[in-house]
Ligand binder design. Structure first.
Ligand code: PMP
Ligand code: GLU
Length: 390
């Protein structure tokens, strides 16, 4: 057997790998605090569960249109119209098997061999891999820990070139929690539009911003720049529906139509009864989202306060999402020469699972996802405090 060149350069997602490892160790009886995957511990909204159950009982168990349930596409388009004045109708919306499939399919229909996609770094693990799978070259533009990894437009604009087809902005950012401001997003969107480059806003964490912060959405710019702005979102985090595997993309009709054509050959529609549940989440899930955000804000404060007291650890409070991304290079040494070995060491000796920063392009950092019960977050931070000699 000979594997394709694509397959040979492919490696398992680092976030998924650490989570798998932690799950296996726990199943084997190890006492672990799992800060690995971005996997909210909350139940899915009862309204969504009930709607999916009813859909199953009512026989909504067949293929739907490849683009997803028409009512859900309409509800998504209306939501962006209502909240941001976005111009999209249901034909500019596609429901996908998680945001992951939306992003993958967008890369496939936008990027040719040798094309470039520009993205701020650190970046979530799958962006680069998906761009490479499409034959493209990721161009990583470093952001700085000094201002909490705020995403700046200007260095991204400077990186645009003749081969750039796509700019991917994930705000709030996984893994840093860094955000882009409305002003910077507009500058970037206009620079992209004037060059015919697609600005892809991955807004998976849009609802998780803290304090007075307001999320800047690409949807608000699509009125003025309808041909080049695309927004991707997910039911996974906002409503704690990771296992349902539902996400979406909204954007210009010619682009979304291509994604739908591709989807008609790959996954076809996302799970029919799950989409009925998602529609209920969208329509009735708001109290659930607010309660989750409040709890995550408590954990964020707890985690940042604990990290601030640890010697040799620097971490700005994340502006959004539910990850802390501390600088830990002062703790590298024999047996823990880099973030991979340090993460391994913490797993083995402290019983805490974290993701090495190198997976996101930041080798001096670790990522902690505060998506386990608040009592576990406290336990985990106590363990890390001991491990780091605090
Ligand atoms: N984008 C970002 C930035 C993510 O962190 C994730 C992981 N949840 C995804 C997309 C994919 O999410 P899902 O496929 O679960 O909707
Ligand atoms: N996105 C989440 C994370 O970064 C879930 C795992 C994945 O899809 O990468 O942990």
């Amino acid at each position: 057997m000979r594997l394709s060149r694509r397959a040979l350069v492919l490696a398992e997602s680092a976030t998924m790998r650490v989570h798998r490892r932690a799950t296996e160790l726990r199943a084997a009886g190890r006492d672990l605090v799992d800060f690995s995957a971005g996997l909210p511990d909350f139940p899915s909204p009862p309204a969504a569960v009930e709607a999916a159950r009813r859909a199953l009982l009512d026989g909504h168990t067949r293929y739907t249109a490849a683009a997803g349930l028409p009512d859900l596409r309409l509800a998504l388009a209306r939501r962006y119209g209502r909240d941001f004045g976005a111009p999209w109708g249901p034909d500019g919306a596609v429901v996908t098997v998680g945001a992951k499939a939306a992003l993958y399919q967008l890369a496939q229909v936008l990027v040719d061999d040798g094309d470039e996609a520009v993205l701020p770094s650190p970046a979530w693990v799958s962006f680069e891999e998906q761009i490479r799978l499409a034959g493209g070259r990721p161009v990583l533009v470093p952001m700085s820990a000094d201002d909490g990894f705020r995403i700046h437009a200007e260095p991204l604009i400077s990186a645009l070139g003749d081969r750039t087809r796509l700019v991917v902005v994930n705000s709030p950012c996984n893994p840093t929690g860094g955000r882009i401001t409305e002003g910077d997003l507009r500058l970037l969107a206009e620079a992209c539009a004037s060059r015919g480059i697609v600005l892809l806003c991955d807004e998976t964490y849009e609802r998780f911003v803290y304090g007075d912060a307001v999320h800047a959405s690409g949807a608000a710019l699509a009125v003025d720049l309808p041909d080049t702005v695309v927004v991707v979102g997910s039911f996974s985090k906002t409503w704690s529906m990771t296992g349902w595997r539902l996400g979406w993309a909204l954007g210009p009709v010619p682009l979304i139509s291509k994604v739908i054509e591709l989807q008609s050959h790959t996954t076809s529609n996302p799970t029919s009864f799950a989409m009925h549940g998602a529609l209920a989440a969208l329509e009735h899930g708001e109290p659930h989202v607010a309660a989750m955000r409040a709890e995550l804000a408590v954990r964020r404060d707890l985690v940042t306060a604990a990290l601030a007291k640890m010697p040799g650890v620097q971490c700005a409070p994340p502006g959004g999402a539910f990850y802390a991304f501390p600088h830990v290079a002062d703790h590298f040494g024999p047996g823990r020469r880099d973030s991979v070995e340090l993460a391994e060491h913490l797993l083995e000796t402290a019983g805490v699972a974290v993701v090495p920063g190198v997976a996101f392009g930041a080798p001096d950092h670790l990522r902690l996802s505060f998506t386990c019960a608040t009592s576990d977050v406290e336990r985990g931070m106590d363990r890390l405090t001991r491990a780091f000699g605090g």
